[in-house]
Design a protein around this ligand. Sequence first.
Ligand SMILES: Cc1cc2nc3c(=O)[nH]c(=O)nc-3n(C[C@H](O)[C@H](O)[C@H](O)COP(=O)(O)O)c2cc1C
Length: 200
Amino acid sequence: MQQILVIQSSARQSGSLSREYTATLTAKLQAQYPQAKVVIRDIGAQPVPHLDETLLGGWMKPADQQTQEERAAAARSDELVDELLASDVVVIGSPMYNFGITSTLKSWFDHVLRAGRTFKYTETGPVPLTPDRKVYVVTSRGGRHQGMPQDHQQPYITTALGFIGIKDVTFVHVEGQSMGDEEAGKGRAEADKALAELAA
Ligand SMILES: Cc1cc2nc3c(=O)[nH]c(=O)nc-3n(C[C@H](O)[C@H](O)[C@H](O)COP(=O)(O)O)c2cc1C
């Protein structure tokens, strides 16, 4: 185990449940693998840019036709792909916003689901290029959505990671956080139990 990548996508720094539980899980992993380097990519605080025409030019144009801006945009994007590919374990903190992931996390996926790097197109359809690795996803939610049709977060993350070849994905949900103290406490207790079982 060389590197643990932590992606934080909550818009808030203080009071964030996904940050809190992601930090707890990362600390457990660090205790288990003390030699591993931890890389924190805080896209909540410093969002990665949305895809735009400049970046698409950097991805798609032949090198000798790219502008300096297109090359720079592609290099910034490459950094995110390289960081993912260099990490043995990834921990993603993912608040539910409007039934799905945050726009900042969607933007990260838009960079790392990259044709020619993490998957490729073939005549028989897309083929993943990313060697599998362990991914933990900590979701935080005001309500309860597990297994329900309005949950566009877990299915999206599972599909997006699976598309590039990452199948070993474990979710820890912190649910019910806007449902009053009792439900919030219950949601936290369930997440605590899930984390303790992971550690065991
Ligand atoms: C803009 C916004 C949209 C939200 N949408 C949902 C939602 O669709 N479903 C839900 O259960 N909770 C929703 N919530 C509540 C958050 O998921 C909850 O507060 C969670 O703890 C946020 O993650 P954080 O604590 O890491 O910041 C929303 C919160 C915000 C700020």
